[in-house]
Design a protein. Structure first.
Length: 85
């Protein structure tokens, strides 16, 4: 790896991510409204979860559930296409 700060920052972010966070890529999440819809659907469908949905990176991160099948089903039911990362 080169010595520039870009790679060092990316590496530290990957290490800092909690191991119990599930992440999905949702290519058809294009705006803040989409992100809010996905977040609300997951948090309503799986009480106790905390969801971050970022339309810029197309990533949805879920803390508080290990049930990937249910999370993908909830996102699909909300009208989006989840892809495992």
């Amino acid at each position: 790896m080169c010595g520039c700060s870009t790679h060092q920052t990316e590496a530290s972010q990957a290490v800092d991510r909690p191991p119990d966070v599930l992440s999905l890529k949702v290519e058809d999440m294009t705006c803040g409204h989409c992100a809010g819809t996905i977040r609300k659907a997951i948090e309503t469908g799986l009480p106790g979860t905390s969801v971050e949905a970022d339309p810029a990176s197309k990533l949805v991160s879920v803390l508080g559930s290990t049930d990937l099948v249910s999370i993908k089903a909830i996102v699909a039911e909300a009208g989006y296409t989840p892809i495992e990362v």
